[in-house]
Design a binder for this molecule. Structure first.
Ligand SMILES: [Zn+2]
Length: 653
């Protein structure tokens, strides 16, 4: 399917429904907004999917065969449970009889995150939209185009469609792991490590003390929290500990919010670390549900499309789109946007309780009245109201867990990015302009209670003069003294949401919080772990370069691979530097990049890795015309805006 058709279609859907872009993976847009990247998904080979299917087979052992009770584990580490993000729980689509539905690749359909099929959407769009669009263009009146756009958007999410009572329409089964990592297969463990890099923590607390709580992203967080409570009881029984530790990543914090509301009295959880966590929704999602978009004339007809459709530095597609959208009368264009949002709302969003957990509590009452005030949604409304109550009580619940039950809670956040830094599509939400976020969740939520200036700006001078303290970030954009947990909230400058797991400093902080009993808060070891740190990415070292190095050294030791003495010395030195980069506790991109490059270079030199293909000199003629085309379209776009104004061609002439 051509890239441009894909883009045009992504545009159609994403225009009002920005996170669908994550699911359909439009080129030029940083896809998969929460936690995982598309490329990571692609790494999942057939064997991983096979593994997932294996996990579908109920594992009766875990709940029914507890280890001998009364024999407490003598070790010093509580078992550790991950409650992961939005794309990190695999869900299988089953038919009514409970048999796996086979996907287009011939394998059981199992997917994390949004269960959307790009090719099927494009086929449906071409089939449903082409004729109404043609008629609409010819007559300049809506001839069924908005209705077709509604149906197309609605059908795109059919696998995760929801009933009016907030339950899934289809037979969806979460792939659960009701046993420790020690009992999972290597494929399963590697699959989960791709979601959240836990090897360091596993090495310290033991694979038999690490668990993964998968959940359905369209489910009810209050009910899912009850499942988490059962899971915790299972883990306690299996490990012989009377408390557990929990890492809540991103959307996992909605489950934590619901858990704290219902089960705080139990005192089952000792350490909790919330990583880039949705502790009070995200303004971007609130805007989506409120349809609070920047549809000003200038945004709609000038600025938005070039940014949303940017492909690297090129905005050619966006300028072209600026000319094309005028083929529709303005009212038809606006109606189409509304139809797409309503289609997604009516199929999935309106009655998926966990998505409502992404709405900040300040915005919930008005948005609930907008979408859920009809009595036919009463059951659903009761579910979202219950979660809203949990949101309102979260601060008190956390303080209760800390002061009455001895829990230790830390929040780890990224900041100083606008929502649109992750994807230009997000520039349409009204909160983007003043956002300070990790690209997905604003820092006021991940850093519960922090005072923040818009990304890239400082707090007002009079505020800074009145609040001079060590809690002011070095860039003067944050005041952590207003946090619910000022001494237990950690910030990474320019750290984007997806990359948090790839920042060694961030993951080392999380590991330290869980495993070092003397490491309590920001005052414990500020030289190694300052409250205000920096984003960086050392994923390639951990994911591929160090494993490759171990493999080649093993081959060398077995006499199956030849390495000269000098090269061997360099390889070992590069390995040491790479390992040091992974031990970093201060984010330093230059250090991570240097270590990555050195190890890559020596692996290429000894012939274990292929050298990257030589950079091809771009054809100067092609470059000239490509740039010319962009310039011409930019001028045309601006000229047409001046002449035609913010409306369709037929509105004007
Ligand atoms: Zn133990």
């Amino acid at each position: 399917m051509s890239k441009n058709v894909t883009r045009a279609l992504s545009l159609l859907i994403s225009f009002t429904l920005f996170f669908s872009v994550a699911a359909i993976g439009s080129p030029g847009i940083s896809a998969n907004i929460l936690t995982n990247t598309a490329s990571q998904r692609i790494e999942l080979t057939g064997s991983a999917v096979q593994t997932n299917t294996d996990a579908l087979v109920p594992v009766p052992a875990s709940l029914s065969q507890p280890e001998p009770e009364g024999e407490g584990c003598p070790c010093e580490h509580n078992p550790f449970i991950v409650v992961p993000g939005i794309t990190d729980s695999d869900v299988a689509l089953l038919d009514k009889e409970g048999n796996p539905v086979i996907g287009s690749d011939g394998k059981p359909y199992v997917k994390g995150g949004f269960m959307v099929d790009e090719d099927a959407i494009i086929d449906a769009a071409l089939k449903n939209l082409t004729w109404p669009l043609a008629k609409t263009l010819v007559t300049q009146k809506d001839q069924g185009f908005t209705a077709a756009a509604y149906e197309t958007a609605k059908s795109a999410f059919w696998r995760q469609a929801t009933n009016k009572d907030g339950t899934p329409v289809e037979n969806l089964q979460v792939v659960r792991y009701e046993k420790s990592f020690a009992e999972l297969t290597d494929d399963q463990i590697n699959h989960l490590f791709i979601n959240i890099p836990l090897r360091g923590i596993c090495d310290i607390v033991g694979y038999d003390h690490v668990y993964y709580f998968a959940f359905n992203i369209i489910g009810d967080p209050m009910a899912t929290a009850a499942e988490l409570d059962e899971f915790i009881q299972m883990v306690k029984t299996q490990t012989g500990h009377d408390k557990v530790n929990i890492l809540n990543a991103s959307l996992g914090a909605s489950i934590f919010t619901a858990y704290a509301e219902q089960f705080k009295e139990k005192g089952d959880v000792e350490k909790i670390v919330n990583v880039v966590a949705l502790l009070n929704g995200s303004d971007a999602f609130g805007d989506l549900y409120a349809a609070d978009f920047n549809l000003s004339d200038e945004a709609l007809y000038c600025d938005y499309l070039p940014e949303a459709l940017a492909d690297g530095d090129s905005k050619t597609m966006g300028y072209l789109a600026n000319l094309l959208i005028r083929l529709l009368p303005k009212q038809v264009l606006l109606d189409t946007l509304e139809a797409v949002l309503n289609g997604a709302m009516d199929s999935m969003l309106r009655c998926a309780p966990n998505f409502w957990a992404m709405i900040p509590k300040e915005h919930y009452p008005a948005i609930a009245d907008k979408w859920l005030s009809d009595p036919e949604y009463a059951v659903m409304r009761a579910k979202t109201d219950a979660f809203y109550q949990a949101q309102l009580n979260l601060k008190d619940n956390m303080l209760y867990m800390i002061h009455e039950k001895g829990a230790v809670i830390n929040n780890v956040c990224g900041y100083n990015l606008q929502f649109s830094s992750m994807s230009g599509v997000l520039s349409i939400v009204n909160s983007n302009k003043n956002s300070n976020s990790d690209g997905v969740i604003n820092v006021q939520s991940t850093g519960l209670g922090v005072t923040a200036a818009p990304a890239g700006q400082k707090l007002p001078a009079d505020y800074l003069a009145a609040h001079n303290s060590p809690y002011i970030s070095p860039d003067k954009g944050l005041d952590a003294s207003t946090c619910v947990l000022p001494d237990n909230t950690w910030f990474f400058y320019n750290q984007d949401h997806e990359q948090a797991g790839k920042n060694a400093a961030c993951m080392n902080l999380v590991g330290e919080l869980f495993t070092n009993p003397d490491f309590i808060d920001i005052h414990s070891d500020p030289a190694r772990f300052p409250q205000f740190n920096t984003g960086s990415d050392s994923k390639e070292i951990r994911r591929s370069l160090l494993p490759d190095s171990q493999k080649v050294l093993a081959l060398y030791a077995a006499g199956e691979f030849d390495i000269s003495t000098a090269d061997l010395t360099e390889l070992n030195a590069a390995i040491v530097q790479a390992e040091d980069a992974l031990k970093a506790t201060i984010g330093d991109q230059a250090e991570a990049t240097a270590a990555t490059q050195r190890l890559k270079n020596i692996l290429i030199k000894i012939g274990y890795r292929d050298a990257p293909p030589p950079a091809v000199e771009p054809d100067p003629v092609k470059v000239f015309f490509t740039e010319l085309l962009e310039k011409v379209l930019k001028i045309a776009s601006e000229l047409v805006y001046q002449i035609v104004g913010p409306q369709g061609y037929s509105d004007k002439f």
